[in-house]
Every structure is written in structure tokens, then in C-alpha cells.
Design a protein around this ligand. Structure first.
Ligand code: PLP
Length: 280
């Protein structure tokens, strides 16, 4: 499948055509927001949930995001050009140019990276790394933009590189006081008996659309759901841990630092519940 790029107000453009001005605040400062959406057979999954979250991020950033109909229309243009395939759709809105004018809004759509498919099947080993905040810091500090999906993922990517250098696949963000937040691009879910847990949004983690969908249906596979804030040691002692996000779906966590974890027996059941194909 060829990559697709669509620009608000212009429609689909050649994917290798330069798109941004050199003074776009998205480039200069990472000042903007985005969403990543799983496309199934050419249809964006949970599109209105993603567009609603994008509007919440825009509100937090005082950013002038076009209305939901415009964003849904843009996603539709990209998907129509892509065809009935699996893919990863990004919707991006930057603060626009330093010289003024409207926000820069575009969509990209491309195949899912093989590493994501492998993580869904084989699992992940996580390095617990501190984000440097206390567990309650972001609740009282809105400028830290907890819970907003901002473009500035440089720290997140640096952490993933650092984890790779240590021999891990991904990161478990922790608070400076040793509590669990989330992954740099994912939510954390874990099981204790018949309870499926995640970390509450008031800690500043991004409320995951995948988690919402999973928790709304968990009862169908015998789980009740709840939220709490575990320490890394408590998480490692649970019955099973996963990272969830839109394109990866739900990937089993097989190690956290020095602690080896077993794959929970309901892992494939949860993947099927989210509508992802399973290897067995
Ligand atoms: N937390 C962070 C920091 C993320 O970047 C993401 C997704 O990219 C998630 C959680 C999971 O969100 P979703 O399930 O909506 O993809």
C-alpha cells in the first residue's frame, strides 16, 4: 500500500511532496497535537473517540482545532485514497506559522510497522524509567499538559532509545516516587484475579481510547474493571500486564526491569475482544 497524505482544505496530495513551512510551530517547538488511529479494512476504528480526545487536547493547549466534521472529513479523504487495508492514520494539528495564520492540519496513513505486529504476538520487555514528576504533580500543574496528546514526543523517544540501549523493547514511565504511570506511547493494564486495572487519568496519563473500549467490554470475558496507582514492584507481582494503544492493540509484557512475567492466559482473548487477529 502506498502512503497517503491529506491536507485540510486541499485534500490528498502526493505523499513525498514537502508540506510544512520552515517556521511552522509544530516543527520549531513541537507545538501541536495529534492522534494515531488504527485503520481496519480502510475504516478508522473509534474515529469519533479520537477526534473528541483531539478536541480536549486542543482545549488544554488553547489551540484552534477545526471542528469534528472537518477532522472526520479529512480522515475519510485519507482512507478513501488508501483503500481497504490495515494501516495507521495520524491526524495532526500544529499551531501554524510563526508569521501567523491558521493552524496546520493534515493526515498521514501508512501500513502498520512490523515491530508493532511482533510485539502484539511475542510481547515486550519494559525498562522502568522515571518521568521525573511526583504522582500528583501534573494534577496541579496544567502547563505540564498531562493528559493532552501533544506533538512533543522527543523525551518519550529518547526514553525508548535509552531502554533499547539497555536491552529492553519499551519503557514503563514511573513517577519520581516509584509509582506507575503508563508507556511513552501506550497505557498500562494489569490483572489481579478477576479485576482488570489501569492508572487513573488524574495522574496526568493520557486516557486511552483502547483502554476505554477494552474496559467497556471486559465483563464479556469475565473481568470487572477498576483504577489504581501501583508501585513497579506491585505491578510486577500481578497476574498479567499489558501495554495498550490504538495500533498495537494489547501487547503482553513479559519483563519489567529484572522481573520476568508470565503471559496471562487470557491475552489472546483480550486481543480478540479488541478486534485484533491472534496468532493462535
Ligand atoms: N498514553 C500515551 C502517552 C500515548 O501516547 C498513547 C497512544 O499513543 C496511549 C496512552 C494510548 O492511547 P490510545 O489507546 O488512545 O491509542
Amino acid at each position: 500500500m502506498a502512503d497517503v497524505v491529506a491536507v485540510l482544505g486541499r485534500g490528498v496530495v502526493p505523499a513525498d511532496e514537502p508540506l510544512l513551512y520552515a517556521d511552522d510551530f509544530g516543527v520549531l517547538r513541537g507545538d501541536g497535537i495529534f492522534e494515531t488511529i488504527h485503520v481496519r479494512d480502510g475504516v478508522p476504528f473509534l474515529l469519533s473517540e479520537h477526534v473528541s480526545r483531539m478536541a480536549r487536547s486542543a482545549d488544554r493547549m488553547r489551540l484552534d482545532l477545526p471542528d469534528a466534521a472537518a477532522m472526520i472529513g479529512l480522515a475519510g479523504q485519507a482512507c478513501d485514497a488508501y483503500g481497504p487495508h490495515e494501516g495507521a492514520l495520524r491526524l495532526v494539528c500544529t499551531r501554524g506559522r510563526e508569521t501567523g495564520g491558521p493552524p496546520t492540519v493534515f493526515a498521514t496513513l501508512k501500513p502498520v510497522a512490523p515491530a508493532i505486529l511482533a510485539a502484539r504476538r511475542d510481547g515486550l520487555r519494559l525498562a522502568p524509567l522515571t518521568l521525573g514528576y511526583g504522582v500528583h504533580t501534573r494534577a496541579a500543574a496544567p502547563w505540564l499538559l498531562g493528559g493532552a496528546k501533544c506533538l512533543s514526543y522527543a523525551i518519550a523517544m529518547a526514553a525508548v532509545r535509552h531502554a533499547g540501549e539497555l536491552g529492553f523493547d519499551d519503557v514503563l514511565w514511573t513517577s519520581e516516587d516509584g509509582f506507575v504511570f503508563e508507556g511513552p506511547t501506550s497505557s498500562v493494564v494489569w490483572a489481579e484475579g478477576e479485576v482488570l486495572y489501569t492508572v487513573p487519568a488524574e495522574t496526568g496519563v493520557l486516557p486511552g481510547t483502547t483502554n476505554r473500549y477494552l474496559f467497556d467490554r471486559a465483563e464479556e470475558v469475565g473481568f470487572v474493571t477498576a483504577e489504581k496507582i501501583p508501585t513497579v514492584a506491585q505491578l510486577a507481582e500481578s497476574d498479567g500486564v499489558w501495554l495498550t494503544s490504538s495500533v498495537r492493540g494489547i501487547s503482553p509484557v513479559l519483563a519489567i526491569g529484572e522481573n520476568e512475567l508470565a503471559m496471562h492466559p487470557l491475552t489472546r482473548t483480550l486481543q480478540r475482544l479488541l478486534g485484533f487477529p491472534t496468532p493462535d
